[in-house]
Design a protein. Structure first.
Length: 198
């Protein structure tokens, strides 16, 4: 038996095992870091989604104001543009944004409006023209102000309306907790409420 060759083979094998062990240790550390990053990740970047601007910025419990505004404009248009033909589609769309309590209320309002339109055989249409969007950080409320247009064979009439939204962001989505509507162009924001107390 050649002890010199045997010792050289053992030392080569030992060096090779050390390299393999070091490689496994580095790969394990990289895998552990990746897992920690994945578990702790709380933000994502969405390049483009329907109704939101390019490069919208979302986190698990945060959404940039431009994305919130776009979402609320989509919801406002869906609430306004109801007719017997599209009511079911609009209800399904609104279900993606409204909390269960507010969805139940809006769904009931849509059903009442569709029943009225069917009974009146009204073939008109509705659309919303945005005049202004406001966010009040004191009340944490959004206000979408604009003209609600009713178009039928006789005329196109419009009324100013304010849509007031209470929202929160959960699991990367904007959820609307409450929807209030009232005529006019004055948002019932913190300044308006202070004036009413005097």
């Amino acid at each position: 038996m050649d002890f010199i060759k045997r010792n050289e083979s053992i030392s080569e094998l030992t060096a090779h095992n050390k390299k393999m062990g070091l490689s496994i240790l580095i790969l394990g550390a990289c895998l552990l870091l990746s897992l920690v990053k994945m578990v702790l990740q709380s933000e994502i970047v969405i390049v483009q989604t329907p109704g939101m601007p390019d490069n919208a910025y979302l986190e698990r419990s945060y959404m940039d104001k431009a994305s919130q505004e776009a979402t609320l404009l989509t919801v406002t248009s869906s609430v306004v543009e109801i007719n017997p033909d599209n009511a079911e589609y609009q209800k399904k769309l609104l279900g993606s944004f409204l909390s269960p309590a507010s969805y139940t209320k809006i769904e009931r309002d849509i059903d009442v409006r569709v029943a009225q339109l069917t009974a009146q055989r009204e073939l008109g249409s509705y659309y919303f023209v945005l005049k202004k969007y406001e966010y009040d950080p004191v009340l944490n409320k959004h206000f979408v102000i604009g003209e609600l247009h009713t178009v039928n064979a006789a005329k196109d009439s419009s009324q100013l309306y304010v849509f007031e939204y209470t929202t929160h962001v959960q699991n990367y989505r904007l959820w609307i907790d409450e929807v209030l509507t009232y005529e006019g162009d004055k948002a019932h924001n913190s300044e308006y409420l202070k004036g009413q107390k005097k």
